[in-house]
Ligand binder design. Structure first.
Ligand code: NAX
Length: 326
């Protein structure tokens, strides 16, 4: 039996976590031979609900679940954590500007970054989910200089999976035959869902659909899918977001499949002309617990322009929050 690993999860009494925690405990995220200790963080008023989540986790009798810690103290939640899933954040309320959301949630991530810097292992692998995810990851990174910046990532796998579904639905092919989907940029409506290099049953996706559908239906549909779910459900995507986190971490820790890649928002090294240091979504392959940006892809002028627009949005978000990091 492997040694248990510690998974810290914030916002643990919320919607996404009500799906996510059970899938981590069942072994779907880190492998069905990997025991886990869950270290769950919530704000004080949500601790009672969190206790109920703990009761339900225990009542599942998951063989891999060794312990569940519930706390409102980030220093307890992140102590010696091997993985950090940063879900906790405020949702955007009525009449709230994007800039207000940036400021409010940015503060959460600057505070947590400082605490993580002191108590967590320098090798802790982090996935930021709370919005604005890329910029929150950037703020956390700037406040946690002891951490390896390569280990601070943000979630765009939900967008990636949404894109696979849209292409499968359009072509009438199985999702399992789709490889090399790409989401570039920010987890926002400026994201760039890109099928230029995608294959469907080993054939080029671009030969199966016309560019008018790609540019005017597929791209906006994927980028605005979150809003479509909110409009139908009354609250934001939860189970599919949790599934995105499971996929993101599983690919990172256990590796991507030969001949495929996944989308992750990672620390930019300047690839594809994007400012180095931004947390930007790229196609990546993963092996031995590390990710690598796929290089050398030829992009059209149209895609390049969209990628630059998403980079610009990230630069602006960062500049709005510059008081939250040195
Ligand atoms: P909920 O409002 O259901 O849950 C959030 C939880 O976080 C609440 O229980 C709250 O008490 C807790 N929380 C707030 N501040 C905290 C803090 N400082 N420390 C610890 N916990 C704290 O939201 P949920 O539906 O779970 O969504 C969580 C976040 O994910 C939101 O910011 C949402 O916008 C974002 N999303 C990100 C997605 C992505 O692909 N990156 C997609 C889904 C989702 O929109």
């Amino acid at each position: 039996m492997k040694q248990p690993v510690r998974v810290a999860v914030t916002g643990a009494a919320g919607q996404i976590c009500y799906s996510l925690l059970f899938r981590i405990a069942s072994g779907e995220m880190l492998g069905n031979d990997q025991p886990v200790i869950l270290q769950l963080l919530e704000i004080t008023p949500a601790l009672k609900v969190l206790e109920a989540v703990k009761m339900e986790l225990n009542d599942c009798a998951f063989p891999l679940l060794q312990e569940v810690v519930c706390t409102d103290d980030p220093a307890v939640a992140f102590k010696d954590a091997d993985y950090g899933l940063m879900v906790g954040a405020k949702p955007r309320g009525p009449g709230m500007e994007r800039a207000d959301l940036l400021k409010d949630n940015g503060k959460i991530f600057s505070t947590l970054g400082k605490i993580i810097n002191d108590v967590a292992s320098a090798n802790m692998k982090i996935c930021v989910v709370g919005n604005p995810a890329n910029t929150n990851a950037y703020i956390l990174m700037k406040n946690a200089p002891n951490l390896n910046p390569r280990n601070i990532t943000a979630l765009t796998r939900l967008d990636h999976n949404r894109a696979i579904y849209q292409l499968a639905a359009k072509t009438g092919k199985a999702m399992s035959g789709i490889r090399k989907m790409t989401i570039w940029g920010n987890h926002s409506t400026t994201q760039v869902p890109d099928i230029t290099h995608t294959t469907v049953d080993n054939a080029a996706a671009t030969d199966m659909v016309d560019s008018d559908w790609v540019n005017n239906e597929f791209m906006p549909k994927v980028a605005k899918r979150g809003a479509e779910v909110i409009a139908a459900r009354g609250s934001s995507s939860a189970a599919s977001a949790a599934n995105g986190v499971v996929d993101h971490m599983r690919s990172w820790v256990l590796g991507t499949e030969e001949g495929d890649w996944v989308s992750m928002a990672v620390y930019s090294d300047g690839s594809y002309g994007i400012e180095a240091g931004l947390i930007y979504s790229y196609p990546v392959t993963c092996q031995n617990g590390d990710w690598k940006i796929v290089t050398g892809l030829e992009n059209s002028e149209f895609i390049n322009k969209q990628m630059k627009a998403s980079e610009k949005e990230l630069q602006e978000e960062r500049d709005t929050c510059s008081d939250l990091f040195a």
